[in-house]
Design a binder for this molecule. Structure first.
Ligand SMILES: [Zn+2]
Ligand SMILES: [Zn+2]
Ligand SMILES: [Zn+2]
Length: 439
């Protein structure tokens, strides 16, 4: 059968120098059709991953013949000879059969996302994080080598319920360049120098002077810096009452140093309490993820799921209760209270024109901008394609100003013309219209 012939793409080795093996044909042309990629020691690995991505051949089986570990490999052996080949032929053909059952995702706008699912599915492996000191993030996913923004994709797929995450580790990130290649140090509490050393503390009985041992040390003697007497006998003249830390730069004395970080990529210093932490996870395919892959398309992300991380988001039921309670309180104490509905008028058009991934990214940015005006005293609920907002202590004019700011900000950060419509309700006079519209 002709289909039994496998085309091997040879990277980093002249194809005509390979021993002929029954059922195999060799090519060096990346644009030819091929079934398996064989990577030899002279291969340019970075270029290989880039080409695999641009040719949409990310799930193609990779044979590693480099003699070194390759991040993205399915099989490895030393020399390309029939004997070695025969050892992997059966599992390799099984992998190819599994890949052949997948729908063609090469023209999907969500190719990267679907590829993450496809690699996990066909390799029957979780998407495992791994330490990698050669990237600023310090962590990557070997199985996804060649896919950019791995972390964003994985979070996106998790938000869609297609992957489930379990914790890998937490890493600190530089506030300036987001790198995680940071040096952690014990630092002076006053000047942040890492030149901090431990000293013992000496107590001179005679004059009651307390100081670090440095101050007493003179040649081979201990001389009190306060009364100039020599300290001879431990326990009689003086004692050592524990240890302290002293900064060699500014001489500050402290019992506990600060913890600080210096970024190895940009040199920025961050204090321990200001530094941000990023959580990294391992991911496994969920049954929905498997379904999405088999159908070749991602589920549409509900409008609500993007916004549910906003502060003050309530269920409709709770929101109505809060709204009515706030209205009573506002009337009794003569406070301001405004009620609004915000709708993305062209959401359907956005859905049609953007890929899912682009739409979700845009909605996420929108949620971020809106969350800047939502305070902890405000309440939000999201129903189908609109967001209902209750702003306490806010006049109608102040709310309109806030919406103007949202519109401006959206225009600067989102290139797509997102059209938001704000509708204000006369919530004081007639709460029924607002509540009624939510049903
Ligand atoms: Zn940095
Ligand atoms: Zn200091
Ligand atoms: Zn003294």
């Amino acid at each position: 059968m002709k289909s039994d012939i496998l085309n091997i793409l040879c990277i980093g080795h002249p194809a005509q120098l390979l021993a002929p093996i029954d059922g195999l044909e060799y090519t060096e042309d990346m644009n030819a059709s091929f079934d398996v990629i064989a990577v030899f020691p002279d291969a340019d690995i970075t270029a290989l991953y880039e080409n695999m991505f641009s040719l949409k051949k990310m799930v193609c089986p990779v044979l590693n013949l480099t003699g070194k570990p390759l991040k993205r490999q399915d099989f490895a052996f030393d020399i390309f000879i029939e004997q070695n080949w025969s050892l992997i032929e059966t599992p390799l053909r099984a992998l190819l059969a599994k890949i052949a059952l997948l729908p063609d995702i090469s023209s999907s706008p969500d190719y990267s996302l679907l590829t993450c699912l496809a690699l996990s599915y066909t390799r029957e492996q979780d998407l495992m994080a791994q330490w990698n000191a050669s990237v600023p993030e310090l962590v990557d996913y070997p199985l996804l080598s060649g896919i950019a923004s791995q972390r964003n994709h994985l979070e996106e797929l998790t938000a869609l319920g297609l992957l489930s995450a379990s914790s890998f580790d937490k890493v600190h990130i530089c506030s300036s360049c987001q790198s995680s290649r940071l040096n952690v140090r014990e630092e002076c509490v006053k000047c942040n120098s890492s030149h901090v050393d431990e000293h013992s503390l000496i107590h001179h009985y005679r004059c009651a002077y307390h100081g670090v041992s440095d101050e007493f040390e003179e040649e081979n003697k201990l001389i009190c810096p306060k009364c100039n007497h020599e300290l001879r006998h431990y326990g009689v003249d003086y004692d050592r009452s524990g240890n302290v830390l002293q900064c060699e730069e500014c001489k500050e004395i402290m019992t506990e140093p600060n913890i600080g970080f210096v970024c190895a990529d940009c040199g920025t210093h961050s204090t321990g309490d200001a530094i941000k932490v990023r959580n990294w996870s391992n991911y496994s395919l969920t049954p929905s993820g498997q379904n999405a892959l088999i159908t070749g398309s991602l589920p549409k992300r509900a409008f609500a799921s993007v916004f549910e991380h906003l502060k003050g988001v309530y269920t409709k039921h709770d929101f109505i209760a809060i709204a009515l309670f706030s209205r009573e309180t506002a009337i009794r104490y003569k406070r301001k209270l405004s009620a609004f509905r915000i709708e993305i008028v062209n959401l359907q058009k956005m859905r049609n024109e953007m890929g899912n991934q682009e739409l979700n990214r845009t909605l996420a940015m929108l949620a971020e901008v809106i969350s800047e005006v939502v305070r902890t005293t405000d309440a939000v609920t999201i129903l189908e394609d609109a967001l209902y907002l209750l702003m306490s202590e806010t006049s109608s004019d102040a709310a309109k100003n806030a919406f103007d700011r949202i519109d401006k900000k959206i225009k600067t950060i989102i290139s797509y013309p997102v059209k938001l419509q704000y509708q204000e309700y006369d919530f004081f006079d007639d709460p029924k219209i607002f509540i009624g519209d939510m049903k």
